[in-house]
Design a protein around this ligand. Structure first.
Ligand SMILES: C[S@@+](CC[C@H](N)C(=O)[O-])C[C@H]1O[C@@H](n2cnc3c(N)ncnc32)[C@H](O)[C@@H]1O
Length: 260
């Protein structure tokens, strides 16, 4: 069956075939994507390379103020909750969770990542002993927690690591265990600007692991239309609000009504 633009209807439901720019992506945008994995996601890459990438992310987050901005955005969403329980997925270095604890006197944070080495490093630092922090390994696509056990689930700069099928599961799982799901990720610029962004990064990609992963991140990040399609695929009852994405990161707040 064809829709009004001549696309096969089956393609519209086959989420893993959705371009990163969404089902309505332009021809050029469809070329600006890759299935290649970042160093962070590869099993054949030495841990010290992954550590280098995570340290560079931590450094840029501190220097350019992203960690603070992300912590602030998270806390704004739970401003009406007296003692909020927050789950951070894909925490990497744990800096955002640390700032949430510093900035809120009673918030409790569960700091998690898929990578066991990152989890061990976070647990060996101050977050491992702070009374309001719990450090655990966790997969964002299969969250090991009961329904509605968190006021907020945060997934920062990590969503683009996932295939569309996995990303849709994060919408389902994040809104199952959390009253609100906050996804913060790189913006996907219009295709001509995207080409320019890639051109400035590409020369450094072979020598700097952080830039290598940055180029792949750029090619894998989702457009607003793709983000809406992923949420719809996960559960049509998920309400999605999008903001940002012009000069800074894209911010997605997703919610659904939990049975009481
Ligand atoms: C680019 S880092 C982001 C680190 C940190 N959130 C930040 O804001 O800088 C992406 C992180 O996502 C994690 N990750 C990838 N797939 C994941 C999954 N399925 N579940 C949880 N974390 C995942 C990686 O291990 C990595 O630490």
């Amino acid at each position: 069956m064809m829709d009004y633009m001549g696309r096969r209807q089956a393609d519209m439901t086959d989420i893993d075939r959705m371009p990163r720019g969404g089902f309505d992506a332009s021809c050029l945008d469809r070329l600006l994507q890759t299935n290649r994995l970042e160093y962070l996601d590869r099993d054949d890459v030495d841990d010290h390379v992954k550590r280098q990438v995570v340290s560079a992310l931590d450094w840029t987050g501190r220097v350019f103020g992203n960690h603070q901005r992300f912590a602030h955005t998270a806390l704004e969403l739970v401003a009406a909750v007296p003692d909020p329980k927050i789950l951070e997925l894909g925490a990497g270095h744990g800096a955002v969770s640390r700032l949430i604890l510093d900035d809120h006197p009673t918030a409790e944070v569960t700091v998690t990542d898929l990578n066991p080495e990152s989890v061990a490093r976070i647990a060996a630092g101050d977050l491992g002993t702070r009374p309001r922090a719990t450090v655990r390994q966790m997969d964002a696509t299969a969250i090991d927690a009961p329904d509605a056990s968190f006021d907020l689930v945060l997934f920062a700069l990590s969503f683009h690591h996932l295939s569309p099928g996995q990303a849709a599961r994060v919408f389902a799982e994040g809104t199952r265990v959390g009253r609100q799901l906050l996804i913060i990720d790189l913006p996907r610029p219009p295709a001509p600007l995207h080409v320019l962004r890639l051109a400035t990064m590409l020369p450094w990609a072979p020598v700097l692991p952080f830039v290598h992963d940055g180029v792949i991140s750029s090619l894998r990040c989702y457009s607003p239309s793709a983000l809406r399609a992923l949420a719809r695929h996960a559960d049509p009852s998920i309400d999605v609000k999008l903001r940002g994405g012009l000069t800074g990161p894209q911010i997605v707040v997703a919610r659904r009504t939990h049975p009481e």
